[in-house]
Design a protein around this ligand. Structure first.
Ligand code: ISC
Length: 468
């Protein structure tokens, strides 16, 4: 399956092991271009290699699909300095890995992972595998780009490691790809047997309370989240959920991150920040309207949204915040003065793209830390809004609404905001949806909006099957 012949592989491992040992490296990375395989097959059959972690990432144009399985090195920190701690460890890893040649974008050693919404979140059972930050370098990763399909395999070595040890490991990956790389996963959706919106009346009361506080205090916007618990007749198959999300996608990202028995999955329209050399991209996404059925209804909804004072106000907090934050890191920044419409499956949003050029010393982790949470997920002012969220929300956000993505050793990468998401464990899923609350919000309308935000994920999970 792998393109490299046996002799070439022997030569590669002999050469790189010798080089790596000579400069005291602890890891070796091998990248190969291969014939097409479907990354979802690798994602689906990961346990055949005895792995318990897997990651799936695809962006809007499918210009980058990543599937990582197994952990070579984990990085996780529960301190409040998790961004700088992860960055430090990532740099250290970079110094310890032997790479034969400069790799194409999206291949080679990549760390996949994310952060929790709050630095010091409550010890929530649902999120116990995830913590405040979790990243890992996968043992095996498939990358699909416009340039083809690539396999990255990463190996840990020590003084005793022999070429035969590495070849044995390599053969295991090769056999796995030979056997499963083309095999169609069995897509079976489990039936939803119960759907329960968590404390709907209490949530509406919380929105009223937030609006009330805005009258007296300096708080101007807060984003409140609510949850829906769904139970299924059998274990939820996350391959199937990804497949459904991909088949009906019109969001920027489909992401899945599994640690042990828990999977966080998000079909999110929202990018927090991406970086390629000095170019960064972000976006302002806030202000929503439900889509209509006909084209005329959608045009009407889009016009309404573009002219809605309340939604434009909600959106402006995000634009101002992202502008003020990125200005500190960029020598060029381009943000259009008026928002446009972004359409997802069930909603229209106000959307303003952001492009910039950062100073040479600026890192992706620095930008993530500075931006998160934007007023699209926290509120404005940030501290007041976050304080109120913690007071009013009974369910921990975990990784909902937080940065999730990947980074390479050149410091390039892409981080999305984990909204329109669910946490899946066995036959249960908890879905998350939030909305911006401002002084002229109507609690029932916000309730409706969050209800619409649940739908694409609920649908992909199979929760709307009997209602279509
Ligand atoms: C907080 C969420 O959406 C954000 C992104 C787009 C529009 C939003 C809004 O109109 O309230 C939210 O700011 C969510 O989907 O959970």
């Amino acid at each position: 399956m792998l393109r490299t012949g046996q002799l070439e592989s022997i030569a590669f491992f002999e050469h790189s092991l010798q080089k790596a040992k000579a400069c005291s490296k602890r890891f070796i990375c091998k990248v190969e271009k291969i014939m097409n395989i479907h990354p979802l097959s690798v994602y689906h059959f990961y346990h055949e290699l005895g792995f318990t972690e897997r990651f799936y990432w695809s962006n809007q144009e499918n210009s980058l699909i990543l599937t990582g399985i197994g952990t070579l090195v984990p990085f996780h920190h529960s301190t409040e300095e998790q961004y700088s701690a992860i960055e430090k460890e990532w740099k250290r890893f970079g110094e310890q890995v032997y790479i034969e040649q400069e790799n194409c974008f999206g291949t080679g050693p990549i760390a996949l992972g994310g952060f929790s919404f709050f630095d010091n979140y409550k010890n929530d059972q649902d999120w116990k595998n995830f913590g405040t930050s979790h990243f890992y370098v996968p043992k095996l990763m498939v990358t699909v780009t416009n340039e083809g399909t690539f396999i990255t395999s990463n190996y840990e070595i020590n003084e005793q490691t022999t070429v035969e040890d590495l070849l044995l490991q390599y053969k295991e990956y090769d056999d796995f790809l030979e056997k499963f790389g083309m095999k169609q996963p069995s897509f079976s959706q489990s039936e939803c047997i119960n759907k329960d919106e968590f404390e709907p009346n209490e949530w509406i009361q919380s929105v009223k309370e937030a609006i009330h506080q805005m009258k007296n205090e300096e708080l101007e916007k807060v984003v409140l989240n609510r949850t829906l618990n769904a139970t299924f007749s059998a274990e939820v198959n996350s391959t199937n959920v990804i497949y459904e999300l991909e088949a009906t996608r019109n969001v920027n990202y489909v992401i899945s991150y599994q640690l042990k028995d828990t999977v966080f999955i998000s079909a999110t329209p929202e990018r927090l920040i991406s970086k390629k050399n000095n170019t960064v991209s972000s976006m302002c996404l806030a202000g929503s309207a439900a889509k209509g059925i006909t084209k005329e209804e959608n045009t009407e909804a889009a016009n309404w949204l573009l002219n809605s004072k309340k939604n434009n106000g909600e959106h402006a907090f995000v634009v101002n915040y992202i502008r003020e934050t990125l200005q500190q890191y960029c020598n060029e920044l381009s943000i259009p003065s008026t928002p446009r419409i972004m359409a997802t499956k069930s909603l229209l949003h106000l959307f303003t793209p952001v492009e910039g050029k950062v100073y040479n010393h600026v890192s992706l982790f620095e930008l993530i830390q500075a931006l998160h949470p934007t007023p699209a997920l926290g509120g404005f002012p940030k501290e007041e809004a976050c304080k109120l969220i913690r007071e009013l929300e009974p369910v921990d956000r975990g990784w909902y609404g937080a940065p999730i993505g990947w980074i390479d050793l050149n410091g390039n990468g892409d981080f999305a905001v984990g909204i329109r998401s669910a946490l899946i464990k066995e036959n249960k899923a908890k879905l998350y949806a939030g909305c911006g609350v401002v002084q002229d919000s109507k609690p029932e309308e916000e309730f409706f909006e969050t209800g619409v935000k649940f739908l694409p994920m609920l649908n992909a999970l199979g929760g709307l099957r009997n209602e279509r």
